[in-house]
Design a protein around this ligand. Structure first.
Ligand code: NDP
Length: 449
């Protein structure tokens, strides 16, 4: 098993995040490999860690001052054993091939857990939408899609949003795809409602994460009622995580962006969340402004040299990391445990470093890994694809019910797989094993392709 890690590291030594994601899966699925020698001889691991296809391209665009910019675009088509490639696009200056491979790899297992027929992919660019005008973002999206359109399609590869890609970007991307392909199809998810989107898609990742947390708490005969919750991020996932937490009687007390974080001891209520949503989604402002509007809240600027993130150092019952990868280091994990947190539910992808996960496991924290806990987003994307194919729209209630059912089923699947392979209660091991078996069996059925 260490061989596969060595192989991955030797082939692509600089892809740190990808190594981390592979290591976590490889360690979890060891008992499955031991019980199924045919997996070894079919080299399933070697095949899983190699993307089926990587597309890398130049994106040239012009800003409002007439200056030319060159960015790099990517699409990693990781695995299509159980359906068309599916996974978001990320626009962030940190984007590189290693980060997208880690995200695409995670996506393969996540999508398998959803019960829907979706393979795994991920893409994006090192373009930073922050501080750009709407017309600049539009020109970038059009230039990006001018290349990507020839590689995607409703039965081939269906991208969605991720960090830096929300409703505005999906609109510009879809418009350009439609023009170039000369067809109106469900080639992207996260579309606006009046041109093919699904109700509940914007809310789905955050809501799904809270539904998953409620399922985990129910195993300990507890609920979210009156629980104090730390949330990080202030984007799509964080906002709807807070919305559902408030609805379920919990009290979110923190949120953040890359410049700093807010601690609001009294809790973010419906009115305050409305203000935050307008601030972030319409005015495209910074979380700092929340403390100017609500003086009882405390704003702490981010310190790039700090050895831990003070957001995770408040007394609370639950934590919902919903910003980005590796945002909880070992010290943060220990602080969470010391401060009484009993549940960590990952809205973001891989937000906890491996040593942090170990601390959660040792301390018997209810730990919901991203690939299970944040699968609600891609699940409703799958439901959006279904509605597009059928050319009809389900009601809000219908989509929400399906989302709840899917999160319930993912939770159950993780617990059953963990139990079956000797790690009762370990959601991470359960998620990795259940996703792995489903994808690998499909790969074996389909031969050497
Ligand atoms: P958004 O772009 O809407 O929001 C991201 C938030 O996280 C922003 O507040 C952003 O702050 C902050 N953030 C991003 N990068 C960093 C960083 N390096 N350091 C500190 N803060 C950072 O993205 P989403 O809410 O969509 O995504 C959040 C996480 O959830 C990601 O890990 C994503 O992969 C995952 N996810 C998203 C899904 C979805 O449906 N959208 C589905 C499943 C997982 P700032 O504005 O300052 O950059």
């Amino acid at each position: 098993m260490t061989d596969i890690l060595q192989l991955v590291k030797a082939k692509d030594p600089n892809e740190r995040e990808f190594h981390q994601a592979v290591m976590e899966v490889v360690e979890s699925i060891k008992p499955v490999m031991d019980r199924n020698p045919e997996y070894r001889s079919a080299k399933v691991l070697e095949r899983l860690v190699e993307p089926e296809r990587v597309i890398m391209f130049r994106v040239v665009w012009m800003d409002d001052q007439g200056r030319v910019h060159v960015n790099r675009g990517f699409r990693v088509e990781m695995n299509s054993a159980i359906g068309p490639y599916k996974g978001g696009l990320r626009f962030h200056p940190s984007v590189n091939l290693g980060i997208l491979k880690f995200l695409a790899f995670e996506q393969v297992f996540k999508n398998a857990l959803t019960t829907l027929p979706m393979g795994g992919g991920k893409g994006g660019s090192d373009f930073d939408p922050k501080g750009k005008s709407d017309t600049e973002v539009m020109r970038f999206c059009q230039a990006f899609m001018a290349e990507l359109f020839r590689h995607i399609g409703p039965n081939t590869d269906v991208p969605a949003g991720d960090i830096g890609v929300g409703a505005r970007e999906i609109g510009f991307l879809f418009g350009m795809y439609k023009k170039l392909a000369n067809e109106f199809t469900g080639v992207l998810t996260g579309k606006s409602l009046n041109w093919g989107g699904s109700l509940i898609r914007p809310e789905a990742t955050g809501y799904g994460s809270v539904y998953f947390a409620a399922e985990m708490l129910a195993t300990a005969n507890q609920s979210l009622e009156a629980k104090t919750c730390l949330v990080s991020g202030a984007g799509n996932v964080a906002q709807y995580t807070m919305e559902k937490l408030i609805e379920m009687g919990a009290k979110p007390v923190t949120f953040s962006d890359s410049s700093g974080y807010i601690y609001d001891e009294k809790g973010v209520d419906r009115d305050k969340l409305d203000y935050l949503m307008e601030l972030k989604n319409i005015k495209r402002g910074r979380v700092k402004e929340y403390a100017e509007k609500y003086p009882e809240a405390v704003y702490t600027p981010a310190d790039p040299n700090a050895d831990h993130n003070p957001l995770w150092d408040h007394k609370a019952d639950c934590a919902f990391p919903s910003a980005t990868q590796n945002e909880i280091n070992a010290k943060d994990a220990q602080n969470l445990v010391n401060n009484g947190v009993q549940l960590v539910c990952e809205g973001a992808n891989m937000p906890t470093v491996p040593d942090g996960i170990e601390i959660f496991t040792e301390n018997k924290i209810l730990y919901g890994p991203g690939k299970a806990a944040n699968a609600g987003g891609v699940s409703v994307s799958g439901l959006e694809m279904t509605q597009n194919s059928m050319r009809l729209s389900w009601t809000r209630q219908e989509v929400d019910n399906r989302l709840k059912m899917i999160m319930h089923s993912i939770h159950k699947t993780c617990l059953e797989a963990a139990e079956q392979y000797g790690h009762p209660g370990n959601y991470m091991v359960g998620a990795n094993i259940a996703g792995f078996i489903k994808v690998v069996n499909a790969m074996l059925d389909q031969g050497l392709v």
